[in-house]
Design a protein around this ligand. Structure first.
Ligand code: T46
Length: 154
């Protein structure tokens, strides 16, 4: 479904996304001059759900690493690339879009029933994920056909 073109990330950061159940999250940047920057994500303020789980993904390979390739039934997540960059391909069953995350304070709200795939990872990429619930394998839809049947039956 998604091509494997890792060539260009230009213009992959739309403010408005034409895809259901997702949007850009911009966190505040508190700049302490030469002492660095603090960005903060508070539940139900910057992130539209209560946070029950935090995980992060690293040790990635630009040419070979592909993650995701599933949707969640109920889980909501917020993804922040806090180092490096990543391309995220999204599919709501009707429309597709790609987004590049490459700024620590710019994230993606990823709601339920959205097929997603991550690739094009910079070697130093660290992807931080805030999730609305504990890990539950039964929340995953790992078949694209099942996903399409589900969202298109609504
Ligand atoms: C998404 C991206 C960014 C756990 O045991 N606990 C966990 O909290 C997670 C997230 C995973 N796992 C185990 C389950 C699998 O055996 O780690 C293995 C890989 O998990 P998953 O297929 O979820 O990994 P990704 O990186 O393909 O996807 C995850 C999220 O599921 C996904 O929604 O946005 O990270």
């Amino acid at each position: 479904m998604f091509g494997e073109d890792h060539s260009s990330f230009k213009d992959l950061f739309p403010r408005q996304m034409n895809i259901r159940n997702c949007r850009i999250i911009e966190l505040p940047r508190i700049v302490d001059s030469r002492d660095g920057i603090i960005s903060v994500a508070e539940a139900r303020r910057h992130v539209p759900f209560d946070i029950r789980r935090v995980y992060y993904i690293y040790g990635l390979d630009y040419f070979h690493s592909i993650r995701g390739l599933h949707a969640h039934r109920r889980l909501e997540q917020a993804l922040f690339c806090i180092n490096g960059s990543v391309r995220i391909d999204l599919d709501d069953g009707w429309r597709q879009a790609s987004i590049k995350l490459d700024r620590p304070n710019m994230g993606l709200y990823l709601g339920a029933e959205l097929w997603h795939k991550m690739g094009g990872f910079a070697h130093n990429c660290i992807l931080l994920v805030l999730a609305s619930d504990y890990f539950d394998e039964s929340d995953y839809i790992r078949s694209y056909e099942e996903f399409l049947n589900l969202v298109r039956s609504r």
